[in-house]
Design a binder for this molecule. Structure first.
Ligand code: B12
Ligand code: SF4
Length: 280
């Protein structure tokens, strides 16, 4: 199968402010599909116009949709569908609101929540290898109504996932820096236990915090540092310091490994100020 993943353009603020980061979620899904031809297009970065993009060259077009970019995602999905591709949408917005894109005819399928295993199963279904009921977290239309298969289980062993397929991304075109050093991103955990009522993270990724092992993380840091030559990393977890001992251990391992690294991460203020070791 020829598969294209699309990161729709933001079209305001963030990229002009220099916040330009690769769509790692799409690269994670791509890494699980080695037997297929997979491409990722990030319309924030590539100097290509999505209105004239040759979607017809792909069997499946997967479009990412958060709320801020939902209307653009829908337009891209419609174009891809008009070009004859099977259109799949995923991401935070459509995970919670799947009806509009499906009943409005923009998408053939929606994958809810984490995409890796559900999308791979959907490709198997579309390749006539498994029945549709075996695709977890799938929404689609049958007889004019939205049908939903049961949610796919959250991936508890994140170490079992292959590293994101960074080779499919134009990494050097992302210009964000930390103190002058070109920066890239790594995700070390998913899920958030705080369940704040204004935030989608705990609903989307689960209230159970799912950290990767420090060994797996150091392996990816080494890859990013040596193979891709990045000396600055943004850990884009929702809460990198939830387990302060783990965060300290990661720092110690970076120092012990001799990495000359700048890094930054998001945190929950309590995990810092209420940690006796850090609040002195
Ligand atoms: C890093 C980040 C950013 C970065 C850039 C994004 C990037 N490229 O890395 C910056 C700083 C620019 C940013 C900006 C904003 N962000 Co932000 N961001 C994140 C963050 C922390 C991590 C994203 C990530 O890489 N996650 C990890 C990967 C593995 O997950 P993923 O990208 O979601 O992809 C998985 C699934 O969503 C799904 N999937 C995604 N796309 C597709 C496509 C298909 C076809 C399929 C099948 C599946 C699928 O499968 C993937 C693999 O599991 C998330 C929170 C989070 N924990 O996810 C918020 C988050 C995405 N951001 C959010 C928000 C609100 C914003 C802003 C609107 C903030 C603001 N008030 O201005 C802006 C909007 C920018 C825009 N898109 O227009 C919300 C979105 C909520 C929503 N309703 O859509 C989130 C979920 C935070 C939250 N807790 O609510 N953000
Ligand atoms: S602590 Fe942060 S990521 Fe977690 S639910 Fe609250 S706002 Fe969202």
């Amino acid at each position: 199968m020829r598969i294209l993943f699309v990161n729709p353009p933001v079209g305001f603020g963030y990229y002009s402010m220099g916040l330009s980061r690769p769509p790692l979620g799409l690269a994670y899904m791509a890494a699980l599909l080695p037997e297929h031809h997979v491409e990722i297009i990030d319309f924030n970065i590539e100097k290509k116009n999505w209105k004239r993009f040759p979607f017809a060259g792909f069997d499946i077009v997967g479009v990412s949709a958060d709320t801020a970019r939902y209307s653009t995602s829908i337009k891209i999905a419609r174009l891809a569908k008009a070009a004859g591709a099977t259109v799949v949408m995923g991401g935070p917005h459509v995970s919670f609101f799947d009806e509009d894109a499906l009943l409005g005819g923009a998408a053939d399928y929606i994958i809810r929540n984490e995409g890796e295993y559900s999308f791979r199963s959907l490709v198997r279904y579309l390749s006539h290898e498994i029945p549709i009921e075996k695709v977890g977290g799938l929404s689609y239309v049958a007889n004019g109504a939205v049908v939903r298969t049961p949610n796919e289980a959250f991936i508890t062993d994140l170490d079992s996932l292959p590293f994101p397929a960074r080779e499919l991304l134009p990494l050097r075109s992302y210009k964000e820096r930390i103190d002058g050093r070109p920066m890239t991103t790594i995700i070390t955990s998913r899920g958030c236990p705080f369940n704040c009522n204004f935030c989608s993270s705990s609903q989307f990724s689960g209230v159970r915090w799912r950290p990767r092992s420090v060994d797996s993380l150091l392996e990816e840091i080494d890859l990013v540092y040596n193979k891709y030559d990045y000396k600055a990393i943004n850990f884009i977890d929702d809460n990198f310091t939830l387990n302060p001992d783990r965060a300290a251990k990661i720092s110690e391992r970076m120092i012990a490994g001799g990495y000359d690294l700048y890094w930054e991460a998001m945190s929950h203020v309590e995990t810092v100020v209420k940690n006796p070791a850090w609040s002195r």
